[in-house]
Design a protein around this ligand. Structure first.
Ligand code: ZN
Length: 261
């Protein structure tokens, strides 16, 4: 059937608009938990970077403590060898002890230089640790308020959706069952859009299907201008209508956007 005569063109167009709104709303509602999960994931990532910064700081502090122990050991070695110096009589042993003391001192100097370097590193790591902690705190506050706003909007969207569904059922029940059946079948197969507005190119005056965007044949272009009809798109089989025929009062206005398919 290439053309469908019905007195319910406008009613079916309105039903399609309701359904498009409901579908978009359902997608919005379904998208909210995903958005919340994304926020939580980003926050977890940030918290991990906070742990990494803290670990880096702790590692530096451990390293510093270790160097300090080694310095104490070197000092102890120096003291021990100096005590021994007073007791030895043999010149070679005396020289060997002096060399050991020199080595210990050298070792101690190197360790002390290392500790100074570590102190600088600890300062930097500590500043970074504080900075990340502050960022995490800020992010957590922002996330909490964003999540509660999303949860509130999910609730209110769900309520609007339920109210609209009731209206939609009433509108559907008032339609001719055969026409409704046809509509539902096309909707299932055509991604929710069964009734498509025809677009008129303002420059060329050419008509195209708002569902599949294919140009209308000359016959369809004539059919679509009739009142009380849906022309069936030769390409996607959707039911097409012309805005200014269905809504003559709005002839001068821009037709509302149809969902993209
Ligand atoms: Zn089409």
């Amino acid at each position: 059937m290439e053309i469908i005569h019905t007195i319910e063109v406008k009613a079916l167009v309105e039903l399609q608009k309701k359904d498009a709104w409901i579908d978009a709303m359902k997608a919005d509602v379904a998208g909210i938990p995903v958005k919340i999960a994304d926020l939580n994931a980003a926050f977890e990532k940030k918290k991990n970077s906070m742990s990494a910064a803290r670990e880096a700081l702790t590692a530096l502090q451990v390293k510093k403590k270790d160097s300090e122990l080694k310095i104490a050991e070197a000092e102890e070695g120096i003291r021990k060898h100096q005590r021994e110096l007073n007791l030895v009589k043999d010149n070679n042993v005396f020289k060997a002890l002096l060399t050991e003391i020199e080595n210990d001192k050298k070792n101690k100097d190197e360790l002390e230089t290392g500790v100074l370097f570590l102190l600088e590193e600890i300062d930097k790591a500590s500043a970074q640790d504080k900075e990340i902690q502050a960022e995490v705190k800020k992010m957590e506050e922002a996330m909490r308020s964003e999540v509660s706003a999303l949860e509130a909007s999910a609730k209110s969207l769900a309520a609007s959706l339920e109210a609209e569904k009731i209206k939609r059922e009433a509108a559907a029940a008032a339609l001719n069952p055969e026409l409704l059946d046809k509509y539902e079948n096309i909707r299932v197969n055509k991604n929710g859009l069964a009734v498509a507005v025809v677009h008129e190119d303002p420059e060329t005056g050419k008509f195209s299907c708002g569902g599949c965007h294919m140009s209308l044949t000359p016959q369809k272009t004539l059919d679509i201008k009739k009142t009380g009809v849906f022309a069936v798109c030769q390409d996607c089989r959707r039911l097409m209508y012309l805005e200014k025929t269905v809504y003559p009062d709005l002839a001068q206005s821009v037709p509302p956007a149809q969902p993209q398919v």
